[in-house]
Design a protein around this ligand. Structure first.
Ligand code: ZN
Length: 144
């Protein structure tokens, strides 16, 4: 039997090698870039909204395996969610990264494979980059 760590590594590598949600989004309502200078990760996030729902989500990452995998998982998880659900998932993933897993009773799916990253403070920024990039853009929109 493979160890849990090995299974998690496989999930992360699969998202890194075949990132989901890379296709460009037509008529995007949100189009934003994020950068993590500590590691050099870059991400482009685009979203088309349908009312309150994230109808289409594009995440195009250039960077380390953790940032690319996290962005791929985000694209998969947030597509079709409402902004409120997206905010809840973002908060739950931040909790996971800051070692507060389980405080938010939310199913994070493949993202749970990144839990081990929380033991490496420098890499937490890699994992959170796509999420904080989108979160910032959604907040800016609220205040526009
Ligand atoms: Zn990185």
């Amino acid at each position: 039997m493979p160890k849990l760590d090995d299974l998690y590594r496989e999930v992360v590598l699969d998202h890194y090698r075949r990132p989901r949600g890379r296709a460009a989004v037509d008529r995007a309502d949100i189009s934003t870039e994020g950068f993590n200078p500590t590691c050099g990760d870059q991400v482009h996030v685009a979203v088309r909204l349908d009312g309150d729902r994230l109808e289409a989500v594009q995440v195009d990452s250039r960077g380390c395996s953790i940032s690319v995998a996290s962005g791929s998982m985000m694209a998969e998880l947030l597509r079709g969610k409402t902004r409120e659900e997206a905010a809840r998932l973002t908060a739950a993933f931040k909790d996971l990264m800051h070692g507060r897993a389980g405080e938010s009773p939310v199913d994070l799916g493949d993202l749970e494979a990144l839990e081990g990253v929380s033991r490496f403070p420098v890499r937490i920024k890699c994992a959170l980059l796509p999420w904080t990039t989108l979160e910032g853009a959604l907040e800016d929109r609220n205040h526009a």
